[in-house]
Design a protein. Structure first.
Length: 154
């Protein structure tokens, strides 16, 4: 067990795993630990999930892992709210002058023979709340506006 002094409204939290950071990596860690029945406490200094649309392209293995915790469908639907499902990657000189090269015409061309999942674009600010909610549903504890003031093991 780890004893943690959390610098927020909470006095002390105790659990076997402390995750410092509640963005994509911290929330994913909390989610997969909770999926395997391991309680954790994730602390994040910001007041909530991401507010900017970063980290947009996700590979097959990421989607396969999200499938394993029951999130592939909701993430796919969220992606389709903002992006074309079979989008590609193009090089642009500028928006005004247009495309100069197509790097990848269709992100999912040929992937069906390797995986039941499909690559997609989804922004970090849309994905983090999905990860957080599922992690909490499975038993993780997430604290925003918090930091670690000290810890003990024993």
């Amino acid at each position: 067990m780890v004893g943690v002094k959390v610098a927020s409204d909470e006095a002390e939290e105790v659990g076997p795993v402390l995750i410092v950071g509640g963005s994509l990596v911290g929330l994913s860690t909390a989610l997969f630990l909770a999926h395997h029945g391991v309680p954790s406490l994730s602390v994040e200094r910001h007041s909530g999930t991401a507010i900017h649309p970063r980290a947009g392209h996700f590979q097959l293995r990421t989607l396969e892992l999200l499938r394993s915790v029951g999130l592939e469908e909701v993430v796919r639907r969220t992606s389709e709210e903002s992006y074309f499902p079979n989008g590609g990657i193009s090089a642009m000189e500028s928006v005004r002058t247009g495309e100069i090269a197509v790097c990848v015409g269709d992100l999912n061309d040929g992937v069906q023979e390797f995986s039941p999942s499909r690559r997609l674009f989804v922004a970090q600010d849309a994905l983090e709340p999905i990860l957080r909610d599922r992690a909490i549903e499975l038993g993780a504890t997430v604290r925003y506006g918090a930091g670690v003031a000290g810890s003990t093991t024993g």
